[in-house]
Design a protein around this ligand. Structure first.
Ligand SMILES: *Cc1c(COP(=O)(O)O)cnc(C)c1O
Length: 414
């Protein structure tokens, strides 16, 4: 920071403290990652202030020569990376991207079939607390509670009886792969649009280490800051036949000028994600998640669905008689950052919940591997079983701090 400490020492101090928090804790939140400095340089660039309503070649403001080049480049990179016919990079966030898709081809009150929030879905898929549920008529499919995998027979039956105009696949805490082909077939059978929200797994898809929904879906939405590791922002990919409607719905429908600084970061993100190192990174992300699942299983915990195929693991804590909220708080006190999470059929309220969700992207980006995960699982197990023992927690906190020092996120000279 060059100017901020002088212009606003209070905010500068808060940023420094956040930097220190990131360096000195283990980020196991499945929805987070550590974007490289080049992303922050793009996000904090001079493009922050340019007004550029419209799209490349048809703006409502003058002075858009560089903006047009930037957005066109980012779009071309997104299309190439994901093999998409069309890309709209203007949504400010994942939820904005989802709203734009719904409003592009649906009318108020239309029916949408999505995954249940309590089984791993997302708020913007029609949760009562989300404005999506006030505009559209949602029904939800869920998991087969025995296998804890999506119950495709139920999706089929609900599609037949509910007759949705759109079916959505994609989730926030589903550790398994989704059968896009099957979902697309179900959607086709009832003439519904098929949308995939791949917010969490976009990095894994970009790297080609798990299968891509792009060729199966009418619309694919995602955020660039989760596994994709590119800073905040939303993206819509779609078939060419929907391009016009998506463009109009995003602007002028739902947004004004795009955040060109975020668009710059998206361009950088797509470039980085097309490089060979990124593929290696995403492969390790999968391996590390699998190691977390195996590690907790060995310690006697029940893993939801028995394992993972992606970057996240859901651990059922009922066997140690601890709820998710207390586990989250206990782990944070030793510098391990996770979030509590409902497990399928959870007897607890969502605010308390019976599980925790563990994600491997952050520590993988830091360079950690199987040895470190062994240690982290051991610390988490001991901490959760001794949540009231200040001495034990203090000792673990020191060891966590030491590990963090060995794997700096940004301060490579420390
Ligand atoms: C994280 C997430 C989003 C929301 O993205 P924001 O950028 O926070 O709006 C949308 N859908 C799913 C499935 C997500 O996991």
């Amino acid at each position: 920071m060059q100017y901020l400490p002088d212009h606003d020492p209070v905010v500068a101090r808060i940023i420094r403290q956040e930097e220190s928090r990131i360096e000195n804790t283990l980020d196991l939140i499945a929805a987070e990652n550590h974007a490289p400095r080049s992303i922050f340089e793009a996000q904090g660039s001079i493009f922050s202030t340019k007004a550029a309503e419209g799209y490349p070649g048809s703006r409502f403001h003058a002075g858009c020569i560089c903006a047009d080049e930037l957005e066109s480049l980012a779009i071309a990179r997104a299309k190439r990376l994901f093999g998409a016919e069309h890309a709209n990079l203007q949504p400010h966030s994942g939820v904005s991207a989802n709203l734009a898709v719904y409003f592009s081809v649906l009318k108020i009150g239309d029916r949408i079939l999505t995954m249940k929030l309590s089984h791993g879905g997302h708020l913007s898929h029609g949760d009562p607390s989300s404005i999506t549920s006030k505009c559209f008529n949602f029904k939800h499919y869920g998991l087969n509670l025995e296998t804890e995998r999506i119950d495709y027979d139920q999706v089929w039956e609900l599609a037949q009886s509910f007759k949705p105009r759109m079916i959505v696949a994609g989730a926030s805490s589903y550790p398994r792969l989704i059968d896009y082909e099957k979902m697309a077939e179900i959607a086709r059978n009832v003439s519904a649009f098929f949308m995939v929200d791949m917010a969490h797994i976009a990095g894994l898809v970009a790297a080609g280490v798990i299968s891509s929904p792009v060729s199966h879906a009418d619309f694919v939405t995602f955020t660039t800051y989760k596994t994709l590791n590119g800073g905040r922002g939303g993206v819509i990919l779609c078939r060419q036949k929907h391009a016009k409607k998506i463009s109009k719905t995003v602007f002028p429908g739902a947004q004004g000028t795009p955040s060109l600084n975020l668009l710059a970061a998206k361009a950088v993100c797509f470039q980085l994600a097309s490089e060979p190192e990124f593929k290696i990174q995403q492969k390790k992300t999968l391996e590390n998640a699998a190691a977390f699942a195996a590690g907790f299983e060995k310690k006697g915990y029940r893993i939801v669905s028995g394992g993972t195929d992606n970057h996240l693991v859901l651990v059922d804590l009922r066997s140690i008689d601890l709820n998710g909220a207390v586990a989250e708080e206990t782990l944070e006190s030793v510098g391990i950052i996770v979030n509590r999470n409902v497990i399928p059929g959870d007897p607890q309220k969502p605010g308390i919940s019976s599980g925790i969700r563990i994600g491997s992207p952050g520590i993988t980006t830091r360079g950690m591997g199987l040895d470190e995960i062994d240690q982290i699982v051991r610390w988490m197990d001991i901490a959760m079983k001794n949540s009231k023992n200040g001495g034990i927690l203090g000792q673990i906190a020191r060891e966590v701090m030491n590990l963090c020092k060995k794997f700096p996120v940004y301060n490579k000279r420390d």
